[in-house]
Design a binder for this molecule. Sequence first.
Ligand code: ZN
Length: 221
Amino acid sequence: MSYQHQYVDGTRIHFPIGKVVCIGRNYAEHAKELDNPVPTEPLLFIKPGSCVVELEGGFAIPTERGSVHYEAEIAVLIGKPLSTKPSREEVLDAISGFAPALDLTLRDKQAELKAKGLPWEIAKSFDGAAVLAPFVVGSTFADLTDIGIRLTINGEVRQDGNSSAMLNPIVPMIQHMAGCFSLQAGDVILTGTPVGVGPLNVGDDIVLELVGASSFTSSVR
Ligand code: ZN
């Protein structure tokens, strides 16, 4: 079944899936674990809408293409157009929801591309490379600099981060992105991953949470 945005109560969100705008190395501890320098300006990349799949019910990974790494991230659903230099209020007004997500990466392929100074799309934009849970409404969090994201695999907590540790917090990040290219209703922002990334394996049981707000179980097929 093709992907459609929805809220946790099952309500369909009638925006088409747009692009997925991602930020790399937005948590210093994660940049360090992959031996990457902490960027001086936000490192952005885009996944096409075609790579988005639902978390619930299980998801497939392309193991035949090398190591597939998970990156648990806080996803933000954009519900109104944003461009040029939106104000803080305009950004807050444009946020329709939050969900936990997995930014999947062909890590061997990415390392090869990075070493050659080439773009990352082949490693980041394959079908199924953005795994999204249903959203909670935008007003769920009073403080966007205190949102917990946690990933548990086979009963073991692998990533347990908080937006308080982001180098570029959510609102300034979206302001910056909208200054680089227009954001539209249905676009999704992936806000970077905390420390603890690693490989996924077929058969893994997954629990992915926005701590205290939403929690989902799934498995890797
Ligand atoms: Zn990521």
